[in-house]
Design a protein around this ligand. Structure first.
Ligand SMILES: NC(=O)c1ccc[n+]([C@@H]2O[C@H](COP(=O)([O-])OP(=O)(O)OC[C@H]3O[C@@H](n4cnc5c(N)ncnc54)[C@H](O)[C@@H]3O)[C@@H](O)[C@H]2O)c1
Length: 261
C-alpha cells in the first residue's frame, strides 16, 4: 500500500512507445521529472526537446533519483538493466516482455523484486483480454489459444489464400516467429505458461491490420477477446495499443484507484 504524491520517472528507450509514454507523463501532475536514456543519444535529445520535465541521463545517473523506470527499448535492455533497477528497490515497467521467456532471467527478476519490495509491471501491450485470463487463472484453465492474424506482407511473405503458418505452443512460436514474442509472452504469463499456451499464426491476404484473438476455457466458463490494431504512426511495426497500455499502466501506478484485476 502506498500513496503517491509526485514521482520521478526514468525511461529507457526513446523510440515510438517511449516517446508516447514520455509525452503522456509530461502532462501528468503526479510525475515531477522524466529522465531519458537511449543508446541513440539523438533520440533522447530529440525527445527531451518536446518535454517540459525531461532530462537526458544514463541509467547509472538516474537510478538513485527515480521511483519508477519504464523500458521501451529491447530485450537486451531488459537483460542489461532490469536486475540493477529492481535490486535498487525501484518499480520497473517492462515492454519488451519477450525477454521473460528466459526462465532463468524471469525467476531472478521476480526474486529480486520480492527481496527489494518493488514491482515489475507488464502492460498488456498489443493484446486485450489479459484481465480475464488473470482472473480465470486463479482456478483451473483447461486451454488457452492465441490466434494472431497478419497481412502476409507483415510476415515478409506472399500468400494468395488464408494460411496457418504456425500452430504449436508459445515457447516454440517464439523461436520460429520472434516478432510475435511480446504478445505470446504476455498471454502465457497471464494464463497457463509458455508450454501450455497454444499459438496459431495466420497469414491472411484479406487482413489489413494485425488481429489478436485470445480464446480460453476453464472452470470460469469461456473467454474470447479480440483486438484489431492500428499501427503506431511513429513505428508501424508496433501497435498503437501497446503505447496506450503502457500509458494506462503508468496511470495505474500513480492513481489512487485501480480498475480491473
Ligand atoms: N508488449 C507488447 O505488446 C509490445 C508491443 C510493441 C512493442 N513492444 C516492444 O517494446 C519495445 C519498444 O518498441 P518501440 O516500437 O518503441 O521500438 P522503437 O524501435 O521505436 O524504439 C526503441 C528505442 O529503444 C532504443 N534502444 C534499443 N536498445 C536499447 C538499449 N539497450 N538501451 C537503450 N536504448 C535502447 C532504440 O535506440 C530506440 O530508440 C520493443 O522491444 C518492442 O518489441 C512490445
Amino acid at each position: 500500500m502506498f500513496l503517491v504524491l509526485t514521482m520521478k520517472l526514468g525511461i529507457i528507450g526513446c523510440g515510438a512507445i517511449g516517446t508516447d509514454v514520455a509525452l503522456a507523463a509530461d502532462k501528468m501532475s503526479e510525475i515531477e521529472q522524466i529522465f531519458l536514456h537511449d543508446i541513440n543519444q539523438i533520440s533522447a535529445q530529440k525527445l527531451r526537446q518536446q518535454l517540459k520535465k525531461g532530462k537526458v541521463a544514463t541509467v547509472a545517473e538516474f537510478i538513485q533519483k527515480v521511483d519508477v523506470v519504464f523500458e521501451g527499448a529491447s530485450q537486451e535492455a531488459v537483460e542489461q538493466y532490469a536486475e540493477t533497477i529492481l535490486s535498487a528497490g525501484i518499480d520497473f515497467i517492462v515492454m519488451s516482455v519477450g525477454s521473460l521467456f528466459d526462465d532463468q532471467l524471469r525467476n531472478k527478476l521476480i526474486k529480486s523484486a520480492r527481496e527489494h519490495r518493488c514491482k515489475m509491471y507488464i502492460p498488456s501491450g498489443a493484446v486485450c483480454g489479459i484481465d480475464g485470463l488473470m482472473s480465470a487463472s486463479v482456478d483451473v484453465i483447461d486451454e488457452v489459444t492465441l490466434v494472431t492474424t497478419k497481412p502476409p506482407a507483415s510476415l515478409g511473405k506472399k500468400y494468395t489464400k488464408r494460411t496457418v503458418v504456425f500452430d504449436g505452443v508459445a515457447r516454440q512460436a517464439v523461436t520460429e516467429f520472434p516478432k510475435n514474442i511480446n504478445v505470446a509472452a504476455s498471454v502465457s504469463l497471464a494464463g497457463i505458461g509458455f508450454d501450455r499456451t497454444n499459438v496459431k499464426i495466420v497469414a491472411d491476404p484479406v487482413a489489413t491490420r494485425i488481429n489478436h484473438k485470445i480464446l480460453a476455457h476453464g472452470k470460469f466458463g469461456r473467454l474470447r477477446a479480440e483486438v484489431e490494431n492500428m499501427p503506431n504512426p511513429k513505428n508501424p511495426k508496433s501497435s498503437y495499443m501497446a503505447s496506450l497500455s503502457a500509458i494506462a499502466t503508468l496511470k495505474r501506478i500513480v492513481s489512487p484507484i485501480q480498475i480491473g484485476v
